[in-house]
Design a protein around this ligand. Structure first.
Ligand SMILES: C[S@@+](CC[C@H](N)C(=O)[O-])C[C@H]1O[C@@H](n2cnc3c(N)ncnc32)[C@H](O)[C@@H]1O
Length: 207
């Protein structure tokens, strides 16, 4: 099996795909993540794989700091309280601690998904929160089999919550989780996932 490295993945037709939904508004974000995106004055929100940033624009106002990060430069216009960064989330990091980190249907396309989970949590301010759509079945062993419970246990042992039914991963508070897996590469020919869209499997070796 040929596994794709990051650069290959970012230009793959599965990731640079025009058919995926990049236009979700704030109400869809609330529904998809099962949280109320409430931003008190001074709050910092980072949205990874933000797409057009429609949801962020709806929440933006003076006094909050919202940053949307996406590979594709196809955003709504920036406005007070809202900035966009065109970058792979795999390489980007915020300059200051963040109160809320979200990723709505973006992890499905990322190579080192577990590395991103670890990094996103390490950015949280005291009392901060991370939540993302995440399908544990997209994380595979070197023989292609899913890790299943081994992975959900490792997530829980590291302070994450994983909602199997909603396929949501979350973390509250500060932390520096270390998930015991070594990233091997990505399979962008894995086919559709539970969303019905072609997605990327990420292969790991247990440590
Ligand atoms: C299904 S769309 C979701 C967009 C947005 N969150 C929404 O719900 O409207 C997935 C997004 O992930 C972005 N993406 C995929 N891989 C990425 C990566 N490695 N770094 C940054 N963005 C990425 C794609 O460009 C796309 O905009």
């Amino acid at each position: 099996m040929r596994l794709a490295d990051d650069e290959t993945l970012w230009s793959s037709s599965v990731v640079a795909n025009r058919d995926m939904n990049r236009e979700r508004g704030l109400a869809s974000y609330r529904r998809e993540l099962g949280i109320d995106v409430a931003l008190p004055p001074g709050a910092r929100w980072v949205d990874l794989c933000c797409g057009s940033g429609k949801a962020l624009a709806e929440a933006a106002r003076d006094g909050v700091v919202i940053t949307g990060v996406d590979l594709v430069d196809h955003h709504v216009p920036a406005r007070a309280g809202l900035d966009f960064v065109v970058a792979p989330v795999d390489r980007w990091e915020p300059e200051q601690p963040v109160d809320l980190v979200t990723c709505v249907h973006g992890l499905h396309y990322v190579g080192d998904k577990l590395g991103l989970l670890e990094r996103a949590v390490s950015w949280l301010a005291p009392g901060g929160r991370f939540v993302a759509n995440f399908d544990v079945a997209s994380v595979r062993r070197a023989d292609g089999a899913p890790f299943g419970r081994v992975l959900t246990k490792a997530l829980r042992d590291n302070g994450f919550r994983y909602d199997n039914r909603r396929r949501l991963v979350s973390f509250e508070g500060q932390g520096t989780p270390r998930l015991p897996f070594d990233y091997l590469g990505a399979d962008d020919r894995a086919g559709p996932n539970y969303t019905g869209q072609p997605a990327v499997h990420s292969w790991y070796e247990p440590l």
